[in-house]
Write a protein that binds this ligand. Sequence first.
Ligand SMILES: [Zn+2]
Ligand SMILES: [Zn+2]
Length: 179
Amino acid sequence: MVFAHDTEVALQSAVTLANSALEPDTLQTIEQLDAFFTEFEYTGRRDHDRAELAAVRAIRRQLLTLLTADRDEAVALVNEMLASAGAVPQLVRHDVWDWHLHAVGPERDLPTRILVETAMAMIDVIRSDEMSRLGRCADPECGGVVLDLSRNRSKRFCSTTCGNRNAVAAYRARRAADR
Ligand SMILES: [Zn+2]
Ligand SMILES: [Zn+2]
């Protein structure tokens, strides 16, 4: 494990959310938001309405910017996010989880909690100087974010779709060169 478990989950969920804005957009319905919430084991307030969905969709650009920023830019963005949410780190224990950090209460709206959790996770990334774990997808057409938590830092594509598309393109290019 590169980071603490809760940091890795927060980073994975932020990357998934940022990449959901790529074509085709995979966060267009309340059901898709439900699936995201469940997959990443979020807890706390859910409004289950169009306004909440729109507000979560609206933070995706901000997440993409943070996740692909350079280290100094990321510091400024993290500090700004924490300050504007009035974040106060507190150790909490709830549901099945032992003591861990939350910086805003469970009654705050979902997009605010996601932003603050991402910012808290980025604190670990920045402090351990591991920004190279985050980057842009190697597919130049994609624009997605890649989170590489592998030991040998081998992950280049944001998704298997991008990986497969590039493998096929590389194969075709080799065949064309052979002819
Ligand atoms: Zn928690
Ligand atoms: Zn990609």
